[in-house]
Design a protein around this ligand. Structure first.
Ligand SMILES: Nc1ncnc2c1ncn2[C@@H]1O[C@H](COP(=O)(O)OP(=O)(O)OP(=O)(O)O)[C@@H](O)[C@H]1O
Ligand SMILES: Nc1ncnc2c1ncn2[C@@H]1O[C@H](COP(=O)(O)OP(=O)(O)OP(=O)(O)O)[C@@H](O)[C@H]1O
Ligand SMILES: [Mg+2]
Ligand SMILES: [Mg+2]
Lengths: 227, 227
């Protein structure tokens, strides 16, 4: 599924350089459920961006299903991303002027799915996250937790083989958070989807078989629970 | 400090009406530390908006230090808000084009504080939340948790007597989250500042002497711990 080799990421701002990742190497196999934990500013979101090909590393390589992504051209990379990767951003990045249904349907337009089929699937996903009757509401008309659930539904739109979620329960109460994680666990077990979750909630990390501990841009520990 | 009487809030979107608050009445006295908990969509953020005079109720009254806010004119209300209320939004609402220092200094400009004094205070606040060397970074150059800490520092800028925080530790790891709550507890104990925290993390709610349970826009329970 996803392999990183000696990945370094340094954000440059004028003369200042911020090393977010200082050299990380690991692989996540198909069907694994992995969580990434670590202090605020340790590089978790940056690591997820690298895995999701949303940003280029300063050094090192990223492989998605054995393909080295820096060798792909613009549209090939966009197609790989649309087909294989579902991303839940830490702050959602929903389109303000679109209602919930259109936000969820948007990734399906990149794969040329018909409007009728897109809307049916979007309604199905809205039902899965408990927001069917809010389909016509825009992000500003939804609570924080409701927006987060729309963002999760959008990440599942194209049935991606890899789901990368950045604090997916950060704005949810305990009960709603549990329901969302159970949804991800079910997708992992039934559809063998690979799931990587950044979280700071110990109860969520526990649901994953593998926990990667990140600190100051380096992997401190990579523990796999006995099955 | 803050009193709500039969407050109702209904969001109208075309023909659809969403009742977020269905009639809540309670008072928070000066120096109290109170938490508000409840499921996603139960009306917590809306309740905080009413208490912070950021939005008008559909029915009912809001009093800040015995003054009924609907009787105040535009600039009187703005001045009361700038002087007495510090607000930490659920999604920060930092100004993207301003660096951390300027974001924190902004509320002080409303009270006519000199640039030199504003910048000194902003640097002090950045140090309090552990981000002194990131003063010149913009929100997009900070991690989620770092942005949240800048938002908390901004809410404290004018030494407000009332601090309203919406999920202030939602994007922080356990250790950083504890540090922020300890900062708020210290402000409550040492400066007698009134603090109201919306949270879904039980460990945070426990730190408050009083917990208000909200569900479907109504107060289910209002429990005060024996001191
Ligand atoms: N501007 C708006 N227009 C329409 N409905 C809204 C608006 N803002 C909030 N709502 C609705 O009002 C209800 C209460 O929202 P609120 O944001 O207060 O919930 P919350 O308890 O803070 O939830 P969360 O824990 O998910 O942040 C929700 O059902 C939400 O969809
Ligand atoms: N665009 C950027 N420009 C400069 N520095 C950045 C940028 N994005 C992130 N950083 C810095 O890189 C480091 C890692 O950031 P990252 O967002 O990956 O942390 P994180 O572990 O996700 O933190 P959090 O738990 O607070 O969300 C942080 O110190 C952050 O300030
Ligand atoms: Mg992050
Ligand atoms: Mg809220």
């Amino acid at each position: 599924a996803v392999t990183l080799k000696d990945v370094v990421k340094i954000y440059k701002m004028g003369k200042v350089e911020v090393p977010a990742l200082k050299g990380v190497s690991f692989s996540v196999e198909k069907g694994e459920m992995v969580s990434i934990i670590g202090p605020s500013g340790s590089g978790k979101s940056t690591l997820l961006y690298m895995m999701g090909t949303l940003d280029k590393p300063t050094k090192g390589e990223v492989y998605i299903d054995e393909v080295e992504v820096s060798k792909l051209k613009g549209n090939e990379l966009a197609e790989l991303r649309a087909k294989k990767i579902g991303f839940v951003f830490q702050f959602f990045n929903l389109i303000p002027r679109m209602n919930a249904l259109k936000n969820i349907a948007l990734p399906m337009t990149f794969l040329g799915i018909s409007k009728k089929e897109r809307e049916e699937r979007a309604l199905e996903l809205l039902e899965m996250v408990g927001l069917k009757d809010r389909w016509n509401h825009r992000p500003s008309e939804l609570s924080g937790g409701e927006q987060q659930r729309v963002a999760i539904a959008r990440a599942l739109a194209n049935n991606p083989s890899i789901i990368l979620a950045d604090e997916p329960t950060g704005n949810l109460d305990t009960k709603t958070g549990k329901e969302i994680i159970e949804l991800l666990v079910a997708l992992n077990k039934e559809k063998n989807q690979t799931i990587v979750i950044v979280t700071h909630e110990p109860g969520i990390a526990e649901k994953c078989r593998r926990i990667i501990h990140l600190k100051d841009g380096l992997i401190q520990k990579d523990e796999v629970k006995p099955s």
